[in-house]
Every structure is written in C-alpha cells, then in structure tokens.
Design a protein around this ligand. Sequence first.
Ligand code: SAM
Length: 174
Amino acid sequence: MITVLRLGHRFERDKRISTHICLTARALGADEVVFDVRDERVEDSVKRITNDWGGNFKVNFTEDYKKFIKNFNGVRVHLTMYGLNVNDVLKEISDKSKEKNLLIIVGGQKVDSEVYFLTDYNVGIGNQPHSEVAALAVFLDRFFDGKETQKKFNGKLEIIPKAQGKEVIKKGEI
Ligand code: SAM
C-alpha cells in the first residue's frame, strides 16, 4: 500500500495542484492521498476520475499530520530538495518497503522542520527547487522502474493506445 501525504494545501490557491497530486499519485501506482486540510472540491474531482477511469484510489484526511506520520506503520519518505539524492537511497528504500507500507510526504508551502526528523528518509529529486507534482512523479516512476505506466485500472473508460489519433472504449455508464 502506498500513501501520499500532501501537506500545506491552501484552500484559496491550491485546488488545481492538489488535484494534480492526486491524479499523479493514482495514475503512477499509489493507493491514496491524505490531506491535512479538507477540500471537498478536490475530493469530488478525484472521485469523478476514479469512477470513470477505474481503480480503488482514495482521498482521505488527517486532523493531526504529525501523529499520522509518527503512527504510520511502514517506511516514511519525505520528498524535499534538502534530502539525500534519490539515486543514493532508492535501492535501500525499495528493499525496506518490499513487504511494508510506504508513505511519501510532499509539501506545498514551507514544511515544518520537525517533519525532517519524523521520517525515515528525506529524499531529493535533485537538489534544486521544483514542484511537488514533479517530485512525486519522478519518485514513483523510479520506485516502480517505469512498470506503473502499464498498470490496468479496469475502468468504464479505457484508452486503446495508438500511434496517431484517439480511441477510447466505453464499457459502462459514466
Ligand atoms: N523549499 C521546498 C523544499 O523543501 O523542497 C520547496 C517547496 S516546493 C514549492 C513544494 C514541495 O515540492 C516540497 O515540499 C517538496 O515536497 C517538493 N519538492 C520541490 N523540489 C523538490 C526536490 N528537488 N526534490 C524533492 N522534492 C521537491
């Protein structure tokens, strides 16, 4: 089970980027995203996508994210530009999480410094500032070695990959 914890969602500004975190997490092999701020607009758009495109992806909420991290039963990875380079720690993380749950934490605004000490790994996707969506996508792709891009979702909608043009099969009412 792979859980993404998204910290620092700002209700006024972050609807789109938080939705993108969920869609990226879902498409690239994670099972749920947990937020520390409830935003039903994000939950609803992710539910709609999952309803049409399949899978069991969930959006959840925690009232106390520090407790959530402390109590998480598995390997805890915080993605941050200040962390150790992904190339240097990926194998150890993969080995350790083979039979365990994995928690991947991404921030938005400044992440509380305590988080850096509550996690098992602070991992940099390079050491330049970029985006939580990009960091999550690269980490998941590296973690699954690219295989997640061929995951089957058994949805009501399914795309038939084509060299040119678009083909979508509709298998149920959407
Ligand atoms: N100063 C922040 C940091 O600690 O990485 C950059 C803030 S960035 C707008 C928001 C989030 O994107 C961060 O909390 C982190 O999860 C992710 N992020 C940005 N750059 C990253 C990098 N090079 N490696 C890993 N994660 C990164």
